[in-house]
Design a protein around this ligand. Structure first.
Ligand SMILES: Nc1ncnc2c1ncn2[C@@H]1O[C@H](COP(=O)(O)OP(=O)(O)O)[C@@H](O)[C@H]1O
Ligand SMILES: [Mg+2]
Length: 305
């Protein structure tokens, strides 16, 4: 897990952030940004650069290497700070809170503005990043830069998808996006995987989810990572989240992903609630969704008789 940098924001000065953003800009061209180029990239004097480098190194926001030339690169923590600062400056975020979840590919925190929100830092590419570090493989130029690129692309992708789907599909309301981070409404409820539904709730919840997936498909997306871990259930209904890998319905594998999503979801319900979930075939549901005829599991079952 990447360290929570929120508390650091208060102790940093704007010049520290200029320096970080200078390193970020230099990383567009190479993995390690030479110290000599930092005055240009950051708009600071060379003396100021030296002073700011020390401060940022001490806080482990950047890393230094001295092989071949003296160079600097951002740590994930430095990148987090740049995103966090952008959100704070445009008043998206007023207060930082506790962790809401740590995924394989993200760190999610509660934040606040006029109401509780969730801040998701994307970490796609993080594992690669760590491996590169461990091997001290400084020659693998592009791999190192790519963690930043991969994580930013994932955030942009997820934001674009939930902006398109909201409010027709029950997804968290999108609020803002910067670099590898998105801010969205904080969901109420608990993960489906941690819920024990009453018998009479089981089929209605499954039907709700299938209708949300149908609506997403009609608007143009397949989730492609559907599971009991990416659904929240509350009194108010269901919310489907975690959309960075969603594919448009005209993608050549879209229907295959849809079938897999349905197999995951139906499989989970059948395993957990074998007595109450009617047997229904993912293929049949998928066909009904893609040809626009899906109405409910009950009608599908009736049709099959
Ligand atoms: N908008 C949100 N409100 C509340 N909790 C959230 C929100 N988004 C994510 N979380 C929590 O963070 C966890 C990880 O988020 P998720 O989007 O699934 O990322 P990952 O790709 O890492 O699985 C979720 O399982 C959930 O518990
Ligand atoms: Mg998830």
């Amino acid at each position: 897990m990447v360290r929570n940098v929120a508390a650091l924001l208060a102790e940093l000065e704007s010049e520290d952030l200029y320096l970080l953003s200078g390193v970020e800009q230099g990383m567009r061209f190479s993995e390690w940004v030479s110290r000599e180029k930092l005055p240009d990239f950051s708009g600071l004097t060379p003396e100021e650069v030296d002073y700011r480098l020390e401060r940022c190194l001490k806080r482990k926001l950047i890393q230094k290497k001295t092989i071949q030339y003296e160079g600097y690169t951002l740590q994930f923590e430095g990148y987090d700070l740049l995103a966090l600062n952008a959100f704070a400056e445009r008043d998206t975020i007023a207060e930082f809170g506790s962790p809401l979840g740590v995924g394989k590919e993200s760190d999610v925190y509660e934040v606040k503005s006029y109401k509780p929100l969730a801040l998701k830092y994307h970490r796609e590419g993080y594992t690669n990043f760590r491996e590169v570090n461990r091997e001290r493989d400084y020659t693998a130029e592009n791999r190192h830069v790519s963690w930043m690129y991969t994580a930013r692309k994932a955030a942009e992708r997820e934001y674009e998808v939930i902006e398109t789907l909201y409010p027709d599909v029950r997804v968290p309301r999108p609020i803002d996006q910067n670099r590898h981070a998105i801010v969205m409404e904080k969901m109420d409820g608990v993960e489906l995987s941690r819920t024990k539904l009453e018998d009479e709730q089981v089929v209605p919840v499954l039907e709700l989810l299938l209708r949300e997936l149908t609506r997403a498909y009609d608007i143009g997306y397949v989730h492609a990572d559907m599971s009991e871990y990416n659904v929240f259930v509350s009194e108010a209904g269901v919310t489907i989240f975690d959309w960075p890998q969603a594919v448009p319905t005209d993608h050549e594998n879209a229907d295959e992903f849809l079938r897999r999503d349905l197999r995951n979801l139906l499989g989970y319900f059948r395993r957990k609630y074998p007595r109450v979930v009617p047997s229904c075939d993912a293929e049949t549901v998928a066909r009904a969704i893609t040809d626009g005829s899906f109405d409910s599991l009950a009608t599908l079952a009736a049709d099959e008789q």
